[in-house]
Design a protein around this ligand. Structure first.
Ligand code: NDP
Length: 332
């Protein structure tokens, strides 16, 4: 079985030499464990943070050990009660072809109900992040005008559509290519979208939301956050979900220059960590499952095929090569 190891800590943008694809023997599962053949694994922006040797909400990847992360696969041997060969499971040991997973860390998923890959995206971690970040953290209410950055990504594409489904007055998204902008407006039903590479975010946001915004869902940070603070209306709320614009920076970046506006407008900026919100999981799956079945909620997936292309998939995610969820597939 092959697995990806981190072999050196990236300084700035990760390079292929920071990683190695290594062989490891596959053993029968120990007591209480199952052996899973991974079919899809997730590559996510937060993994960049885990490549640094810093104290955070999640420990760094260890050098010369397999990296981990969300994955779905098929049980090929079981030494745990309740799991049989042929079951499909969601678990946390991605970045490898075969995973020996403790049964208590494996969740059965049904490929008949939804394609397996969706348990990593729209029905999984990124979908829940959008749902909890919008409805719980940002206290979204009907009639709000919502701006989301990283709007064509896994989280962002769901935030915008969920806001529309719950009666947003206007939904605006920003993304890094004209094709993505077209997808947001023509396929996902955003009211407006812009390519942040085509001009200052502040000006483009002002034009797209002349009456201001009530909610900002931040996936990007930097100039996007500053522009949003300028456009937020009185009592506006921002969910600070990610700041991908700075994950590869080597120096701390200055904050928004217009923070004083937070006072006069009585803004609330609040961070979100999806791990706090698994209590909403049942409600989330029920509501989002319904929207998916009715066709009201759409999702994108970008697949990179083959374990040997796992790191390329991750680097491609950081460069914006994905529309919707970026997934590494091991199905061929
Ligand atoms: P995405 O699917 O959104 O993929 C990342 C996207 O970021 C790329 O497609 C790219 O799109 C965009 N991007 C890359 N660099 C920049 C840049 N400099 N400026 C603007 N956009 C950039 O990933 P996810 O949906 O998984 O995650 C989105 C955000 O949410 C991330 O910041 C992530 O860290 C965060 N997150 C936070 C969680 C939490 O619990 N707090 C949980 C899950 C995700 P483009 O072409 O538009 O540039």
């Amino acid at each position: 079985s092959r697995e990806w190891h981190l072999v050196s800590r990236p300084h700035g943008w990760p390079v292929p030499a920071d990683f190695a694809l290594r062989e490891t023997p596959v053993a029968e599962p120990a007591e209480g464990r199952v052996l899973v053949r991974n079919l899809h694994f997730s590559v996510d922006p937060y993994m960049r943070g885990r490549m640094n040797e810093v104290k955070s909400y999640i420990p760094p990847f260890a050098l010369d050990h397999p990296m981990d992360g969300g994955a779905v696969g098929e049980v090929v041997a079981s030494n745990a009660e309740g799991f049989a060969v042929g079951d499909h499971v969601l678990h946390g040991l991605g970045w490898r072809e075969y995973a020996e997973v403790p049964a208590q860390h494996a969740t059965k998923v049904d490929p008949e109900l939804a394609p397996l890959s969706t348990y990593l995206g729209v029905l999984g971690m990124t979908g829940l992040t959008a749902y909890a970040g919008l409805f719980d953290v940002a206290s979204f209410k009907e009639g709000d005008a919502v701006f989301v950055s990283g709007a064509a990504g896994a989280v962002g594409s769901q935030v915008g559509q969920m806001a529309k489904l719950k009666g947003a007055s206007r939904v605006i998204g920003s993304a890094g290519s004209d094709e993505k902008v077209k997808w947001l407006v023509e396929e996902l039903g955003f009211d407006a979208a812009f390519n942040y590479k085509n001009g200052p975010v502040k000006d483009q946001l002002r034009e797209a939301a002349p009456d201001g915004i009530d909610v900002y869902f931040d996936n990007v940070g930097g100039d996007h956050l500053e522009a949003a603070i300028s456009s937020l209306n009185v009592h506006g709320r921002a969910t600070i979900c990610g700041m991908i614009a700075q994950y590869n920076d080597t120096e701390p970046v200055p904050g928004p220059r217009n923070m004083a506006m937070i006072i006069g407008k009585r803004l609330r900026l609040q961070g979100v960590l999806v791990g706090d919100h698994y209590g909403m999981q049942q409600q989330f799956v029920q509501e989002v499952g319904g929207w998916l079945r009715s066709g009201e909620l759409k999702y994108g997936e970008t697949f990179v095929e083959g374990i040997e292309n796992g790191v390329d998939g991750f680097l491609g995610l950081l460069r914006g090569e994905n529309t919707g969820k970026m997934i590494v597939s091991l199905t061929r």
